[in-house]
Design a protein around this ligand. Structure first.
Ligand SMILES: *Cc1c(COP(=O)(O)O)cnc(C)c1O
Length: 391
């Protein structure tokens, strides 16, 4: 446990690190240093002398270790939605004779919106969405790209990345894996699974802070052929040659677009200082212990709410979700009583299990509060019924 490495308000059990990780203790000082000593003293010279220009690839390698990526195959920047667009476009361009992007109905809406917008812009490409369990059966000779999020944001259901990647390849398709709920949550072996492209965000389990950038992975075997449709100058082989024509940089660096968010990356760097010390398999083992304890305690005390996450821990990510008709109000009541999770429409109460800063005691406290809110119907209060902009 590394709870002392994070700033968490006393008396709060934070089960929302799957949505926004808490503040790493070193992050404010790291951002302060970047502002005062780098931006403040170096100004424009910071790009060279403080190494700002190399940060997207340097941080990419540190994230790469957590997701089983080869050195140099991950670049950081933009937002996850943008990375989805870029990578699906790159994969489509490598299978010009095929016209289907295949995804599932459990995918995060932004991924589906981005693919749909891209398909519409290209004109002859179609986004096909099936139920998660129908994916394997739908992969066929018309599919150019299999675009999946490994762990379902609502239920926590986990796809078998290696098996689906193999099936896609056997059918001649390429894969784009979204690791939004995988990076920092469980071991990921991109190279081992033979993944083609992958992307993710850094503000959820990785604790990079609100608005922290996304990342993109390009398998080394595609490094020289993958095209980025977003031909920004910092993905150019020689940005400072200012050539009129676009020539892509080598490998994953070509997925860079424009000027990187240096202040936000400073916060991410402090978060990655913690991750550098973490063994992800041990973290996963702890996540399973804590999740099983949480499920058992909540189920025994609260017959009104139903587990929607897979019961087999190997088939889950690092979150536990329950279905309850009055889930929004119940979550507001929990938050008012010091247990922070979140709500996903239409009726899902979601709890992120993050062993870096959660103990057995935290789990027991949270389960106790949930039992109290449910058995005493504390959620049944008009104060908890009004929905905020962010749920
Ligand atoms: C959180 C999440 C996003 C959010 O994308 P942003 O561009 O970072 O806002 C996209 N896809 C998935 C699967 C997510 O879980």
């Amino acid at each position: 446990m590394m709870k002392e490495r994070f700033i968490l308000p006393d008396g709060l059990v934070y089960l929302d690190g799957n949505s926004l990780g808490p503040l790493p203790r070193g992050a404010a000082a790291r951002v302060g240093t970047t502002m005062e000593l780098e931006w403040g003293r170096l100004a424009i010279a910071g790009w060279n002398r403080a190494g700002w220009i190399g940060q997207p690839m340097a941080l990419g390698d540190r994230i790469g270790r957590l997701i089983g990526a080869e050195p140099g195959s991950v670049s950081v920047g933009d937002t996850l939605s943008v990375k989805v667009f870029q990578l699906v476009a790159a994969a489509l361009a490598m299978r010009p004779e095929r016209k289907v992007v295949l995804s599932d109905s459990g995918n995060f809406p932004s991924d589906l919106y981005m693919a749909d917008g891209l398909a519409e812009a290209l004109g002859d490409v179609q986004l096909v969405v099936v139920e998660p369990e129908e994916i394997a059966g739908r992969i066929g000779p018309d599919v150019a790209v299999l675009m999946l999020t490994e762990v379902d944001y609502r239920t926590g259901r986990k796809h078998d990345m290696a098996a689906l990647t193999r099936a896609a390849h056997e059918a001649g398709a390429l894969t784009v894996w979204d690791l939004a709920h995988s990076a920092g949550a469980l071991p990921v072996e991109l190279a081992g699974a033979g993944a083609d492209f992958a992307c993710g965000c850094t503000y959820k389990y990785l604790n990079g802070g609100p608005g922290a950038p996304g990342f993109a992975y390009v398998a080394p075997r595609h490094a020289d052929t993958a095209r980025t449709i977003l031909q920004g100058w910092l993905g150019h082989a020689e940005p400072f040659a200012f050539e009129p024509g676009y020539r892509p940089a080598a490998g994953a660096e070509r997925m860079r677009v424009g000027t990187p968010p240096i202040l936000q990356m400073a916060a991410l760097e402090a978060a990655l200082d913690i991750w550098d010390e973490v063994d992800v398999s041990e973290l996963r083992a702890r996540s399973i212990v804590l999740s099983e304890r949480f499920i058992a305690a909540v189920e025994s005390a609260c017959p009104d709410i139903a587990l929607v996450s897979p019961r087999d821990p190997e088939a889950r990510g690092s979150q536990v979700s329950f279905r309850f008709e009055h889930g929004y109000a119940a979550m507001q009541a929990l938050i008012a009583h010091g247990v922070v999770g979140d709500f996903r429409a239409p009726d899902i109460m979601r709890f992120g299990i993050t062993p870096l800063y959660l103990s057995e005691e935290d789990i027991d406290v949270a389960a106790g509060v949930i039992a109290k809110v449910m058995t005493e119907r504390l959620w049944d209060d008009p104060a908890y019924a009004t929905r905020s902009a962010v749920t």
